[in-house]
Design a protein around this ligand. Structure first.
Ligand code: HEC
Length: 217
């Protein structure tokens, strides 16, 4: 008798191609960036097989210099709420701070203070779909495939991170990072990607990341 082994998912390999590690810029500079992802199952950015909107770049300002090395060495954990948003279709319509089909996550934070009543109504709108609130042409489709708990963790992530003045987010579609004009010192840039596992199996989705330092002086 032969047993068919369950195929095994492989972790993606993520690399920040530009800027170089320890690159130096002046405050307010515009930094162009490029990230590559190679994943055995999902494909390779080289062949346009990866949705660049699912690659997330996080730029974090490190206020306390003595913490740089601890922060660099801390293993990257995909926050549950961010993981939900990447593996669903949210980033096809929502940018972190720029224009897209739906409001940016920053705009959502500015409009709704992080109160329980607000997160309850946002969870419901993401679940059931929404139109007319932001005066946009498009509407948000319903998300019946997501559990209420998953949507809640996404909303919590948006509230906690999208408005943090020391952190900004980008996706890997071609663009630029505009460094803050009023901050000097060390920034940590982390690029990460969570793969899609293997269809019709229970294989866990895996995350890969790359991290480097940017110096502003
Ligand atoms: C097809 C595009 C599309 C997708 C996919 C999408 N959204 Fe939206 N989203 C929109 C649009 C358009 C609006 C504005 C709706 C309105 O004006 O009522 C919106 C509004 C929102 C709002 C604000 C709702 C409010 O009450 O003001 C949140 C929060 C949100 N989306 C989160 C998400 C999350 C989380 C996901 C993924 C699970 C997601 N969206 C997927 C297009 C999309």
């Amino acid at each position: 008798m032969s047993y068919r082994q369950q195929p095994q998912n492989h972790a993606p390999v993520v690399k920040i191609v530009t800027p170089a590690n320890n690159a130096e810029f002046s405050p307010g500079a515009q930094v162009s960036y490029q990230v590559s992802v190679a994943d055995k199952e999902d494909g390779d950015t080289k062949y346009d097989e990866i949705n660049l909107k699912e690659i997330v770049l996080e730029l974090q300002y490190v206020k306390d210099k003595t913490k740089v090395s601890a922060m660099l060495n801390k293993p990257f954990n995909d926050a549950p709420g961010l993981a939900v948003m990447r593996s669903s279709n949210c980033f096809n319509c929502h940018d972190f701070s720029g224009k897209s089909i739906g409001p940016s996550l920053l705009e959502i934070c500015r409009r709704y203070p992080p109160a329980k009543a607000n997160s309850d109504s946002l969870v419901k709108r993401v679940k059931d779909g929404s139109a007319g609130i932001w005066g946009l042409r498009e509407k948000m489709p319903s998300h019946p495939e997501l559990a209420g708990k998953e949507i809640r963790s996404a909303i919590q992530w948006i509230f906690k991170n999208a408005a943090d003045p020391n952190i900004s987010y980008y996706d890997a579609t071609p663009g630029i990072i505009r460094l803050p004009a009023n901050k000097k010192g060390t920034f940590i840039l982390t690029a990460s990607y969570t793969d899609h596992g293997i269809k019709n199996t229970t294989e866990k989705h895996l995350t890969g990341y790359d991290r480097e330092i940017i110096i502003v002086k």
